[in-house]
Design a protein around this ligand. Structure first.
Ligand code: IMP
Ligand code: MG
Length: 189
């Protein structure tokens, strides 16, 4: 288990117990919404990997997994700048890994760690819809509505959070802290 005392500057925003309950709730909704139908989970690398693995194990449906990779072009700030002022990409998103299976006529659930400006999701939604899935739903563990630049909402949202930079449960700061079991705030000072 990760030793939290090694990173005393992090403060817990959402505990692992709160996450566990919420994931079970979301899984229940998905199970009811797609009753008797197969679903295809498509996780956005790397942040959604932990959420997807917990969510999928609670969903009582015939399911498959796939993963998609994206990176943003343009003026990506340094990790420090990203922490201070957020991630302000030009909105140009590039696919670094495509899905392996066909999405045509499938019930696709796109799984993301956090919906921030919405630029990544808006791009992914557009390209996934071009594959003509039977249904396309978005599941986001976290949502920062105050940061939105694209009018996009998730169908399944875990927690709406304020404009803070968070890590843990898959979310990183310069690739670290993804393995923290709780979701923690990185202080901006
Ligand atoms: P969007 O395109 O602005 O919605 O960005 C979504 C992506 O930005 C997420 O998949 C995360 O990788 C990253 N991100 C946004 N906010 C945070 C945060 O608070 N902590 C860690 N990563 C974040
Ligand atoms: Mg990230």
């Amino acid at each position: 288990m990760f030793n939290m005392s090694a990173v005393p500057e992090l403060r817990i925003l959402i505990s692992q117990e709160q996450i566990r309950q919420k994931v079970a709730e979301l899984a229940g909704q998905i199970t009811r919404d797609f009753k008797g139908q197969p679903v295809m989970f498509v996780g956005v690398l790397k942040g959604a990997a932990i959420f997807l693995s917990d969510l999928a194990r609670q969903v009582e449906l015939d399911a498959t997994f796939d993963f998609i990779g994206v990176s943003s072009y343009g003026n990506r700030p340094s990790p420090t700048q990203e922490l201070l002022s957020g991630w302000d990409s030009t909105g140009e998103v590039r696919l670094t890994k495509d899905v392996d299976q066909s999405m045509r006529d499938r019930n696709v659930i796109l799984v993301e760690d956090i919906l921030d400006t919405g630029l990544t999701m808006a791009y992914l939604k557009k390209i996934l819809l071009a594959h003509q899935p039977r249904a396309l739903k978005i599941a986001a563990l976290l949502d920062k509505p105050s940061r939105r630049k694209q009018p996009i909402e998730a169908d399944y949202v875990g927690f709406k959070i304020p404009d803070e930079f968070v890590v843990g449960y898959g979310l990183d700061y310069a690739e670290r802290y993804r393995n923290l079991p709780d979701i923690c705030i990185v202080p901006r000072d």
